[in-house]
Design a protein around this ligand. Structure first.
Ligand code: ADP
Length: 357
């Protein structure tokens, strides 16, 4: 029965529940204890029992961490950490940053600040990064919720989870609320086979919250998806997630910019040719290129550690370089996440979505 009534409790919460119940039992018995004496009466000791009521009382005081964990953070990502995507950045600056930064201009020109933005594009293209950058650059707080998490972590409490998120957002405004992988909850009604109407209830709660937001409240929702075509169209109506921002697979120039971001702090050998790497990495998204840079450094460290005696590491470490060969090897280890076929599929989905906008 307790197991049934403790949806959303993690191990630590259950441990606290057990301890708190014991505390309640102890408090109950306390008047019978002679605290002055060194020994406690054995009969009293044996009569201590944790009762159902102790458990119930303890339950009242414990909130599952799933609900407590609506984290408000201030990201430290800046526009400079996002390689390429100039058009996308510009759109986000205009739609989100400006209304928060220059409300009087929007007011004077009678422009409605956006309440919600849908960012769409394949995984690993930098959507999360962009959302964090826009929060940081507009000096806003950031609350991040993953769609699947909303369903799993807040089991049976998903709508309450949504309400909680928005109330935290308002409390901490200006706030950017980031719903990652929104398609996992908000696909066109009936299209979702994996749940028993939870998705629908969460979507209605989300609609209620969006409709209830005054644009003055300085709470902006950013939702992401790689399947914009599947999103419940009610969510995309005016006044809701009505600004749509495409985050594309990077082209050669974009890849070059992303490589720059991920190598700017690294000691590169003179032979490293980022243009050449950008040329060879068709289908690699930002996350793949980050992995390439990471692997290349790993290769460099492996080689260095194997070639230098431990006691000389300190004096030689200044000479360690990541070479073109390290990058070449890394390219052999990291595969592009967008193949020509998936790329075409995304292009088709995106075209269809843009037509229906
Ligand atoms: P998405 O949210 O689109 O799935 P993320 O923003 O989570 O992708 O990207 C994952 C990681 O990949 C980022 O933390 C970053 O290191 C790297 N990355 C992705 N896109 C870019 C980009 N345009 N510029 C720099 N790094 C990027």
């Amino acid at each position: 029965e307790y197991a049934e009534n403790t949806h959303g409790f993690v191990g630590a919460d259950l441990e606290s529940l057990a301890k708190e119940s014991a505390m309640h039992a102890l408090r109950r018995i306390r008047p019978q204890l002679d605290l002055e004496s060194d020994e406690i009466d054995a009969d009293v000791l044996n009569s201590i029992q944790v009762t159902e009521n102790d458990f119930k009382e303890a339950m009242k005081g414990i909130e599952p961490s799933a609900l407590r964990e609506v984290f408000v953070e201030v990201p430290d990502v800046t526009w400079n950490d996002v390689g390429g995507l100039n058009d996308t950045k510009e759109r986000l600056r205009e739609t989100i940053q400006w209304p928060l930064e220059y409300p009087e201009v929007f007011d004077q020109l009678d422009m409605q600040a956006a309440k919600g933005v849908l960012m769409y594009g394949p995984p690993g293209t930098g959507k999360t990064l962009l959302a964090k950058a826009v929060a940081n650059e507009s000096e806003s707080n950031f609350i991040s919720i993953k769609g699947p998490e909303l369903l799993n972590k807040f089991v049976g409490e998903s709508e309450k989870g949504v309400r909680e998120v928005f109330s935290k957002a308002r409390e901490n405004a200006p706030t950017i609320v980031f719903f990652d992988e929104i398609d996992s909850i908000a696909t066109e009604r009936g299209g979702n086979t994996s749940d028993s109407g939870v998705g629908e209830r969460v979507v209605s709660q989300l609609l209620t919250e969006l409709d209830g937001l005054e644009s003055l409240e300085d709470v902006v929702v950013i939702a992401t998806t790689n399947r914009p075509d599947l999103i419940d169209s009610a969510l995309l109506r005016p006044g809701r997630l009505d600004r749509h921002v495409h985050v594309p697979v990077p082209d050669e120039e974009g890849r070059r910019k992303i490589l720059e971001v991920h190598t700017r702090e690294k000691p590169l050998a003179d032979d490293v040719d980022l243009d050449a790497i950008a040329r060879k990495t068709e289908g690699y998204v930002g996350a793949d290129l980050e992995a390439v840079a990471r692997e290349a450094s790993m290769n460099a460290s492996r080689e260095f550690i194997a070639s230098v005696p431990r006691e000389e590491v300190g004096e030689s470490v200044g000479n360690v370089r990541v070479t073109m060969e390290h990058f070449e090897d890394a390219l052999g280890e990291v595969n592009p996440s967008v193949t020509p076929e998936t790329r075409e599929r995304y292009a088709e989905i995106e075209k269809q979505f843009q037509r229906s906008e």
